[in-house]
Design a protein around this ligand. Sequence first.
Ligand code: ZN
Length: 199
Amino acid sequence: MRLPPFSNLLRTFHSFSYYARVRPSAQQSLSRNPSTLKSMSIIPFFGSLFGSSSNQPSTMSYPDQRSSDEWRAVLTKEQFRILREKGTEAPGSGKYDKFFSDAGVYTCAGCNTPLYKANHKFKSGCGWPAYFDSIPGAVTRHEDNTWGMARTEICCANCGGHLGHVFKGEGYATPTDERHCVNSISLNFSPEDKPAETK
Ligand SMILES: [Zn+2]
């Protein structure tokens, strides 16, 4: 599936907002560093432009339109908290944080859509699984201005399940200079390579 033009537009705008490049270590220090928060005070402009934040249901419609009750029936409590309520697992706690494989795919724990290939994963040391790219069209991006930070939320393009955030320009030696910071609990790993089903 190719990204629709509107998504390309969003990505262009995101590139302007990437000056708030916040590594997890910096995020953790935000509460102790009011000057950092102050310097980010103009960031909500971008959020108001697009009107989405991780606290509000996305206006984007996804192919998988299951209701909250339907999701509760198939997800664990913790999966529901993270995938459907945009929670975050504790750093270093996820089963895929330090897991690496030469082959295979990571699929959405909600709807089983292939999201990342094993060879997209890299060692970031951030405490969550990190990928420098996703399977084309598998992940959507949204402005997230919660917690006084301008971040780009990433979701499964099929069910809208919350995956984590994407950060750009951090200087990792990867082909894209992007880090998809994903909750392990949002993912399942399959050792077999499957073609992307989102074409
Ligand atoms: Zn999904």
